[in-house]
Design a protein around this ligand. Structure first.
Ligand code: ZN
Length: 310
């Protein structure tokens, strides 16, 4: 069989941050025990991942699924070379994340007012007002401080989000001390040409600033959006094991992009990930047992294409 070389204009290697333990489990009805969460993070740590989002430091009454994030950090087996991160919406959360031993903390806010209010009960300016202090807390502890901008490709309440607004908020976040930026398609409203427009506009305005994308697949466009992003040079993505974390605004629709489906596609394209596809699939199957339901990921159902098995 002939082997097709990687297309020259695509990145040769992709960096994946696994967000299942946070963004996935946060949107699951079943609340896993701390023991199960630790087992999941430990299994993910053995797949070759270099970045795992372990949990969130938010109010437990708002997000009970994340109430034991500090306990998960305390009990998991840290592997050298892996960045174990957490998200936090404010100064209190940032302090808790640092105290728990997070290697990196991401503040998250939304590109639209209505989504920010529904998500963290603050307007965007209130969210931004905490960012400088959060940066100081996290950086002075010697950890990385990054930002995630949600609904950057469309808002379920407001519809289109102007690219100029997304870029202006990115500029504010960078001024306030964010290291890396992630743009989130939080409810799966992106499509390939929009992804390319946003990325190209971002690179024009911030030529030296790396950019990570957090894509969803609520309307099935997730992997097409990945390919669109690869074509304009993006090489850092978030994804969720098993594709867990359905879209809260669309019951039954898939949410987060599935890690093992993404890795399967990239390996088919001869793009390196450093990840063990079969170990990831074992994690997805373990998760099905823990959650007691089928996960949205397709590769564990369809199987691995033959030439990737050798
Ligand atoms: Zn997500």
């Amino acid at each position: 069989m002939t082997v097709t070389p990687a297309l020259p204009r695509l990145p040769r290697r992709i960096d994946i941050r696994e967000v299942g333990p946070r963004d996935g489990l946060q949107n699951e009805e079943t609340i896993l025990s701390t023991t199960d969460k630790v087992q999941l993070v430990d299994a993910l740590s053995a797949t070759g991942l270099t970045q795992i989002e372990v949990g969130a430091f938010v109010r437990p009454q708002n997000v009970p699924q994340m109430a034991d994030t500090a306990e998960v950090f305390a009990a998991m087996q840290r592997r050298p070379g892996i960045i174990y991160s957490a998200i936090a919406p404010n100064v209190v959360g940032a302090r808790r994340a640092v105290a728990a031993g997070a290697d990196a903390v991401q503040v998250f806010l939304s590109a639209s007012e209505s989504h920010n209010r529904s998500n963290v009960n603050m307007d965007v300016e209130q969210s931004l007002s905490a960012v400088a202090d959060m940066a100081e807390i996290v950086r002075s502890a010697g950890k990385s401080f990054d930002a995630v901008l949600s609904v950057a490709f469309g808002c379920p309440f407001e519809g289109d989000v102007p690219i100029s607004r997304v870029l202006d908020l990115c500029a504010r976040l960078l001024d306030l001390g964010a290291g890396q930026l992630t743009l989130g398609d939080t409810t799966g409203m992106a499509y390939p040409t929009l992804v390319q427009q946003v990325v190209l506009a971002f690179h024009e305005r911030f030529p030296r600033q790396p950019l990570r994308l957090h894509l969803h697949s609520a309307r099935g466009a997730g992997l097409a959006n990945i390919f669109a992003a690869l074509q304009v040079g993006i090489s850092e993505f978030d994804s969720s094991i098993g594709g867990i974390g359905g879209c809260p605004f669309a019951p039954g629709a898939p949410g987060n992009l599935c890690t093992e489906d993404l890795v399967h596609m990239l390996h088919e394209m001869h793009i390196e990930t450093g990840l063990d596809l079969f170990a990831l699939m074992e994690c997805a199957r373990m998760l099905e047992r823990m959650l007691d339901h089928v996960v949205p990921g397709q590769t564990i159902k369809a199987g691995v294409c033959k030439h990737l098995t050798g």
